[in-house]
Design a protein around this ligand. Structure first.
Ligand SMILES: Nc1nc2c(ncn2[C@@H]2O[C@H](COP(=O)(O)OP(=O)(O)OP(=O)(O)O)[C@@H](O)[C@H]2O)c(=O)[nH]1
Ligand SMILES: [Mg+2]
Length: 514
């Protein structure tokens, strides 16, 4: 009786549940609802658990929240369309200030001639590419694929791009995986035990050394051309293969009957043998089921083991579909010796590398925006300095190189209980870009130079014949008189003034043509 009632409840609510699960950003404000919906849909969850979940969701008024959202979004489709991108979140009301929203989520190195040498906030990716990346991560719940203690225990992956998260123990790798999957701050960080495994989430812990194996998680739908073939297409493909095999068998029988030998290749195998091998390989490797595989690694440092390091090294060097590594650095602790060693390993493996700062919410908490940003910029600068130093010993692992390191550093607060989700959309985008799933369509902008200053009229385009040429100006000689040196009041200022560049007592005559 209970079973029947439960089945009926789940069936009746399934479209709504699926809608909630496929729209995590929309339901981010109600993480409990999202988690419960996620668990209810998971067939592996025990019956009593699902019933409790549904009851809890009702208590939390999920029905009202769902109905409101449903009327705002497209009612018939379980997934929102890919374009146009969703509207940006509404601006905060007067008096309601959210410090995290004002912190830029990615930084670029300063130009070499910048005297301040401060990290420069990067231009945000386009709304549609951000949306595309979010769609890959949250169009359906993640799937826990494997847990391998050794490199040789890893299942084969001949087709799906893989990106791994690597960092010191307790830096927040597993929490970031959960946040990428759409869990809000507190749900992402308090994902423990069997319950987390059942919900296909990564297990997190306050204790260092929680993750001890390489754990793979599948995200998103596979592209239709590779893994997501429709049933008719698959049937057609199967029929063609069968026909071909039959023809080969027939040919060989005829040859054998005529006293000839079966046609063999240089390796001594007949075409039929090779075809058989290929068929077996196809059966061994299931078709592509995801757009992307994320691998959560055991952390290095506190609570780690030497053997893990060896297996990770093998993984970085030999995994065929590994498209890149995301190195996580704790924004409070900054870069450490072990991180430097890992950058060197990535250089040796010739692997594309990106850096993500974690736990930025801790920096923001209780500090004003300027101070928090100053600290973030400091950490970014120390990371770039380190990367540039390590890069000197390689010709290929270079700044911005195809198999080098990304100079854009992303900042996140994946486990922030208050403002969970800080920088997560951008981190998703960076990972998808690494895996070749989205493109960077941003134009390179020189910091400090706006492409089109606000209020300026766009330039008028005229034909070549209509161009009115200005009369040539006579070349004039200009005397540039340098300003009087400023008054030195500090010891630091005195030291600077003694350098030949800034002494500034001589007048220079410069000949300039305009
Ligand atoms: N405040 C805050 N805490 C975080 C954040 N990310 C992770 N944490 C906390 O940091 C601790 C470690 O997080 P994990 O995700 O388990 O770290 P890990 O890197 O997977 O650790 P290992 O598996 O031991 O290597 C947990 O207590 C999290 O709650 C964050 O963005 N903000
Ligand atoms: Mg972990």
């Amino acid at each position: 009786m209970t079973h029947l009632r439960l089945t009926a409840t789940v069936t009746a609510t399934a479209p709504a549940l699926r809608h909630i699960v496929s729209n995590p950003p929309v339901f981010r404000s109600s993480p409990a609802v999202f988690l419960c919906a996620h668990r209810c849909l998971s067939t592996s969850a025990p019956r009593h658990r699902r019933e409790v979940d549904i009851r809890r969701m009702r208590e939390r008024g999920w029905g009202t929240a769902y109905k409101q959202r449903k009327s705002e979004l497209e009612p018939s489709s379980p997934l929102p369309p890919l374009s146009p991108p969703p509207p940006p979140p509404p601006p905060p009301k007067d008096g309601e200030t959210d410090s995290s929203s004002t912190i830029p989520t990615s930084y670029l190195p300063p130009p070499s001639n910048d005297p301040n040498q401060r990290a420069v906030p990067a231009v945000a990716p386009s709304a549609s590419s951000l949306y595309h990346a979010t769609h890959i991560f949250s169009s359906r719940p993640p799937k826990f694929l494997y847990s391998a203690g050794r490199f040789l225990e890893l299942p084969r992956n001949p087709h799906t791009p893989e990106v791994c998260l690597i960092g010191r123990s307790n830096v927040g790798k597993s929490t970031l995986i959960n946040a990428l999957a759409g869990l809000s701050g507190s749900a992402a960080r308090s994902s423990h035990g069997l319950q987390a495994r059942r919900a296909n989430s990564a297990i997190t812990s306050r204790k260092a050394g929680c993750t001890v194996t390489l754990n793979g998680y599948g995200f998103g739908e596979p592209p239709a051309a590779i893994g997501g073939l429709k049933r008719e297409q698959k049937q057609e493909q199967g029929e063609e293969e069968q026909q071909e095999e039959e023809e080969i068998e027939k040919e060989e029988k005829e040859r054998e009957g005529a006293g000839g030998k079966a046609k063999t290749t240089q390796s001594g195998k007949s075409r039929a043998d090779r075809r058989q091998e290929a068929k077996e390989a196809r059966l061994r490797d299931p078709p592509r089921a995801h757009a992307l595989v994320m691998v959560d690694m055991p952390g290095y440092g506190l609570g780690s083991e030497v053997a893990w390091g060896k297996e990770i090294q093998k993984y970085l060097e030999r995994r065929v579909m590994l498209k890149g590594a995301v190195v996580l650095i704790d924004s409070v602790a900054g870069i450490k010796d072990l991180d430097r060693a890992v950058f060197k390993s990535l250089r040796a493996a010739g692997l594309k590398t990106a850096v993500v700062l974690t736990k930025v919410d801790k920096l923001i908490e209780g500090k004003d925006r300027e101070r928090a940003q100053g600290r973030i910029q400091e950490v970014c600068l120390s990371i770039w300095n380190e990367l540039r130093r390590i890069e000197r010993h390689s010709e290929t692992w270079t700044e911005g190189g195809e198999n080098g390191w990304e100079n854009e550093i992303f900042v996140t607060g994946a486990g922030d209980p208050k403002n969970g989700g800080l920088g997560i959309e951008e981190a998703r985008w960076a990972i998808c870009k690494m895996a070749g799933l989205v493109e960077d369509t941003r134009e390179a902008v020189v910091p400090g130079l706006e492409a089109n200053p606000a209020g300026a009229a766009p330039p008028k385009i005229v034909s070549f014949d209509d161009i009115v040429w200005a009369p040539a100006k006579p070349v004039e000689e200009k005397t540039v008189v340098q300003q009087e040196p400023e008054k030195i009041t500090t010891f630091e200022g005195l030291r600077r003034a003694t350098t030949p560049k800034q002494s500034g007592v001589r007048q220079k005559r410069l000949k300039a043509t305009f």
